[in-house]
Design a protein around this ligand. Sequence first.
Ligand code: COA
Length: 383
Amino acid sequence: MKIGIDRINFFTSNQYVDMVELAQARDVDPNKYLIGIGQSKMAVIPATQDVVTLGANAADSLIDDENRDKIDFVIFATESGIDNSKSAGAYISGLLGLSHVRAIEVKQACYGATAAIQLAKGHVALNPVSQVLVIGADIARYGLHTSGEPTQGGGAVAMLITKNPGILELDEESGFITEDTMDFWRPLNHNEALVDGKTSQNVYLDFFNKTWTEYKDKTKLTLSDFKAMLFHLPYTKLGTKGLKEVLLEANEDEKVELTREFEAAKRYNNQVGNLYTGSLYLSFISLLEHSKDLEIGDRVGLYSYGSGAVGEFFSGKLASEFEDRLPQINLESRVQVSVGEYEEIYRSQLKNDGADIELDYKNDHSKFVLTGSKNMQRQYLIQ
Ligand code: COA
């Protein structure tokens, strides 16, 4: 039975900060951000959006009267969760009107959405009429004036995993690895992640080589079987480094083709920044939207990495509806905010102090918004 991604959608805020302006404000050569890190714009997430509303805004258009009753499992992947006990899956099921479901949250840094897809795949294999809603939603926060600052961002990718999928049929085999590593973590008393960026880069590349080798051993496939190679993109330069590793196995024609497809696959990430769990899948959407010569049956490789650390290389073939089911994404209509405005928005995020607060949401026209907190309960609104 073919199982994979039947529908996919992406959501982020309608505001961004320009990386040249951020570099100038930080007294850094803009080319460090534009070329060295590979980011041009960074999504700025307002206080009125958290992972639950970002996820709901991404998932809403995937659910209709035909599939509502078939969705029986909601898996919410995030590393910027809003509750230590209640899952974001439970919150979002309420907002989306899904009640006859199992709803959970999974966590393993940026790998979470891939873990969710693998769980969903097993669930559909046992229950072929089921559809599983997988959401990867995060707000990447490192701290103002830190080295991680230019690699922030945020947003959500939602996917429906079904049998006979319309967009991507997942292959059976994958290569995977876990090693207990301190390259990125967020202790319980921290709102911002702590990161050892250099270690993270090294483990990311090491795990890529290991999982790709395991995948090839298991499948007997080679690089020439792939139309495109996609990478988890916390910032696009890291994926460029991953691609460089694998291009050592390519002939000249393959180098040109795989580089061209990677350029298509990084365009949205370059404009949004890090989504953590959703980054790899935003890159997949970017490939579908920007590549000029994809065909049904083309094989795509996906490298997922979550610090801490788990890596997985897996693959899939483009399915018959992939061109007709592209999400509607319009990053051009976003509003640019100044560095001063970005800093103010950064500081306005809901505090974990338990105080009641009403947020001003008049400028947030998203369907799902966070309006504040009352009696230590987040207040959500569908508008
Ligand atoms: N023009 C072009 N490139 C420039 C440059 C300039 N003027 N100045 C610096 N660069 C390049 C550097 O050579 C380097 O390239 P390299 O990685 O190919 O060597 C790159 O820009 C970054 O410079 P560096 O000095 O290493 O930056 P940094 O110490 O500020 O750290 C990160 C950069 C990405 C490591 C840091 O932002 C970070 O830790 N981000 C979080 C990473 C993360 O999310 N990890 C977990 C998920 S995988």
